[in-house]
Design a binder for this molecule. Structure first.
Ligand code: NAD
Ligand code: ZN
Length: 360
């Protein structure tokens, strides 16, 4: 078993990464002293594939387990659906010691985590992330949220799980495009923190795209470690955690400008990382070689480099309104080199415009 420990004092927990581990989820939880009632929250795609298996492993370990499946998709991360889940939790008689298990991608993880954080002022929460994005990103770090019609993730909390259990075999059923979207975040970790991991991705891209279990374990473990080390130093995003936002400033603008339709999150992040690399280069922060290198890696993982379907002015307008813009200044996460991140809030608009034009 590969294990990543997230050290957050009283809120510390482990991320366990192992092919096939889902079959022993019940035992893992029992060993950790949990018992009683469990509400598993999943979506219909994931629930149809793995729901029975998860209910059975929990029942075998003596838990009283119920599964509730929501519609797949971002629209499900809402207060309306949260309310249905509160009703379900009350009807099942879940108490402060009952567990909530998220079985699914980032949508299910964020929603179930939000329920766990708020129901009875907080009940124990376990993440079983099933998409690559959830395994390397959304299940680590304790951000939970639902969307508001005026913006994404506006209603939420910081709430850490008791355990994250990652079964790499579950990625075998993940649609191809969802695999690529997770890989965009993986490339991001290499770029902001670890040149040798980045080189590993570059030279092992075949095995990774073929979902080789060993390669995926390396990818997931290293990604979780990098995110965990950042979160440990800045749990509530007051400073360092912003580096996880590399590529995301432009990505958020792309997602909003194209109506969250043409590009999924990882695709938008890939374009955004390309843009951030170009800004870094034009501001003299890194060599042109770095940009070329990043372009080739993004392309190797079947991710886009340029955006269609919106104008430069639309993107510029949206950048100004990003929720991470402070006092009208955009906090740009940029690169000095591969693996070396730097943050600047004084990038001239002309440079940003030039780059947006180049990636459109
Ligand atoms: N909390 C955080 O720190 C954080 C970080 C990044 C993203 N997020 C959130 O994560 C969400 C995106 O997560 P996502 O990309 O996992 O999307 P998702 O949860 O919508 O999952 C993508 C699709 O893959 C399907 N799926 C998931 N696992 C599968 C499997 N093993 N086999 C077959 N199908 C499977 C799902 O049913 C869904 O249709 C967004 O809402 C985003 O805001 C949160
Ligand atoms: Zn992201």
């Amino acid at each position: 078993v590969a294990e990543v420990k997230v050290d957050l004092g009283n809120d510390s927990y482990s991320i366990l990464i192992e092919p096939g581990s889902i079959a022993s989820l019940g035992l893992s939880l029992k060993e950790r002293g949990f018992n009683g009632k469990v509400l598993i929250i999943s979506d219909h795609n994931v629930g149809a594939l793995y729901g029975d298996l998860v209910v059975r492993t929990l029942e075998k370990a003596g838990f009283c387990a119920e599964i509730y499946c929501v519609q797949p998709g971002e629209d499900t991360k809402s207060l309306e659906i949260a309310n249905l889940l509160y009703t379900k939790a009350i009807a099942l008689g879940l108490d402060r010691k009952s567990l909530i298990v998220a079985l699914g991608g980032g949508v299910v993880g964020d929603l179930a985590g939000f329920i766990a954080a708020t129901y009875l002022r907080g009940v124990p929460f376990v993440q079983v992330p099933t998409s690559l994005l959830a395994q390397v990103d959304s299940s680590v770090g304790g951000k939970v949220a639902v969307n508001h019609e005026l913006g994404k993730n506006l209603i939420g909390a910081f709430y850490q799980p008791k355990l994250v259990l990652i079964d790499t075999n579950m990625l075998n059923s993940l649609p191809e495009r969802e695999l690529y979207t997770g890989l965009a975040e993986v490339i991001k970790y290499g770029l902001i923190a670890d040149r040798s991991f980045y080189d590993y991705l570059h030279s092992n891209h075949r095995q990774i795209l073929d979902r080789n279990a060993e390669a995926l374990t390396v990818v997931i473990q290293r990604s979780c470690e990098i995110k965990a080390r950042v979160v440990e130093q800045d749990e509530h995003e007051s400073s360092l955690r912003v580096i996880l936002n590399f590529g995301h400033t432009i990505a958020h603008a792309i997602e909003a400008a194209t109506g969250y339709g043409n590009y999924n999150h990882g695709e938008a992040v890939a374009i955004g990382m390309h843009g951030a690399a170009l800004i870094s280069c034009y501001c003299g922060l890194c060599e042109k070689q770095v940009v070329d290198d990043i372009r080739s890696t993004i392309a190797k993982f079947n991710l886009p480099l340029t955006v269609q379907g919106c104008t430069v002015d639309e993107l510029l307008g949206l950048l100004q309104r990003d929720k991470k813009t402070v006092g009208g200044k955009i906090n740009w996460v940029l690169l000095n080199d591969i693996g070396k991140v730097t943050v600047h809030n004084d990038i001239p608009e002309a440079v940003v415009r030039k780059v947006l034009t180049e990636i459109s």
